[in-house]
Design a protein around this ligand. Structure first.
Ligand SMILES: Cc1ncc(COP(=O)(O)O)c(C=O)c1O
Length: 380
């Protein structure tokens, strides 16, 4: 059996998305910046896609900039937001994706900003009092706190964080890559100034994304060149990618509640059977808390085991189960996850991040638990 439980890394392209993209690969190949009709028809399609994305996220089309993915959107918000707003202090959390941490650390290294990290507890919850203190001591800071964590699934209260940022005149960027397409966003109604999305996390094409920047919080472009994206991102647009991300988001919204119900029931079942069959199983962060974590992510901490140490992902892969360690792997050696380290995860225990999509089934969950049982229970 082949099981794909790595949907937080990327998802399968929806067939309907591919169908929407194909005409822009075959027939409609004009450059959208060209003034002839072949260019103009493509320009119209891009603007229609922008309008659709904006409408779904309750934003204005002028606030949506298409990018090459979540990383570029986060980098633009950070490098250009900080420069444009003449900010000298940034606040983030140790649990952010590297697309956020690395640009901030780079700016700190170059002496452009001072950087503070909000404290987190062993479940990965932010210490809001600490955030308040940091904001009080550093008004007009740049705050980057993700909406939901890609490894342990914790959902942060971005409304409260936005309110705190507003009170202290901070610029609030939130990496929403793991929630766009899975939760309803009402961007015009929130206090978030900039967010990011990536098409491949919700069955759209890879290498596509968007940056949302609130109207009155204009920032400079990251890529300089032509006047594309209203001077916010030079370079000929990824036309079929833009068509694809808009179509994927449209489908995600149309089918969100039924997909959510299906995936939630898979996750609840997974938690239950793991507890039943794997003695001493634990769940990292808030991932087993159905209310406060992504319904798409379950991060499982397995009991210490000499036989499996550092080999669980490999052994599961041998059984056809694709999951992730929430860690970067290089040449077969697992490099510890910065997220698990920040929440003091016991290094004796192996952790596996299982992440789900609407294409997964109960049968796949049962099969996977059976394989974990064979690895962990059979040998003891
Ligand atoms: C929370 C988060 N932010 C940013 C990214 C980067 O997105 P992309 O791979 O589209 O650049 C990811 C992707 O793994 C993510 O999970």
């Amino acid at each position: 059996m082949k099981v794909y439980f790595d949907n937080a890394a990327t998802t399968a392209l929806d067939e309907r998305v591919l169908e929407a993209m194909l005409p822009y690969m075959r027939e409609h190949y004009g450059n959208p910046s060209s003034v002839h009709s072949a260019g103009r028809e493509v320009r119209t399609a891009i603007e229609k896609a922008r309008k659709k994305v904006a409408e779904l996220l309750s934003a204005s089309p002028s606030e949506i900039f298409f990018t090459s993915g979540g990383t570029e959107a986060d980098n633009t918000a950070i490098f250009c937001g900080i420069e444009s707003q003449e900010i000298t202090h940034a606040i983030t959390s140790p649990l952010e994706h590297h697309a956020v941490l690395h640009p901030l650390e780079e700016l700190e290294k170059k002496g452009k900003i001072r950087l503070n990290f909000v404290e987190v507890d062993e479940q990965g919850s932010l210490n809001m009092d600490h955030l308040r203190t940091l904001l009080e001591n550093n008004p007009k800071a740049f705050v980057s706190i993700m909406h939901a964590n890609n490894e342990i699934g914790n959902i942060n209260d971005i409304e409260t964080i936005g309110q705190l940022c507003k009170e202290h005149h901070a610029y609030f960027h939130s990496d929403t890559v793991q929630t766009v397409g899975h939760y309803v966003h009402n961007l015009s109604g929130t206090l978030v100034n900039a967010t990011a999305g990536a098409g491949h996390k919700f069955h759209g094409p890879k290498g596509t994304g968007f940056l949302y920047v609130k109207k009155d919080k204009k920032i400079h472009p990251l890529l300089l060149g032509g006047a594309q994206e209203r001077n916010m991102r030079g370079g000929t647009e990824n036309v079929y990618g833009i068509i694809g991300i808009a179509k994927a988001l449209e489908i995600a919204y149309e089918e969100m509640s039924s997909h959510r119900r299906h995936i939630e029931s898979l996750k609840a079942h997974f938690i239950q059977v793991l507890k039943e069959h794997i003695p001493d199983v634990e769940f990292n962060g808030l991932s087993a808390d159905m209310e406060n974590s992504l319904y798409t992510v379950l991060n499982v901490s397995l009991p210490p085991s000499e036989e499996n140490r550092g080999m669980v992902l490999f052994n599961l892969d041998l059984q056809g189960v694709a999951a992730s360690g929430g860690s970067a792997c290089s040449s077969g050696a697992a490099v510890g996850s910065h997220v698990l380290r920040a929440i003091n995860h016991n290094p004796e225990r192996d952790s596996v991040r299982f992440s789900f999509s609407r294409f997964n089934t109960l049968e796949e969950i049962n099969y996977t638990v059976e394989k974990i049982k064979e690895l962990y229970v059979a040998v003891h």
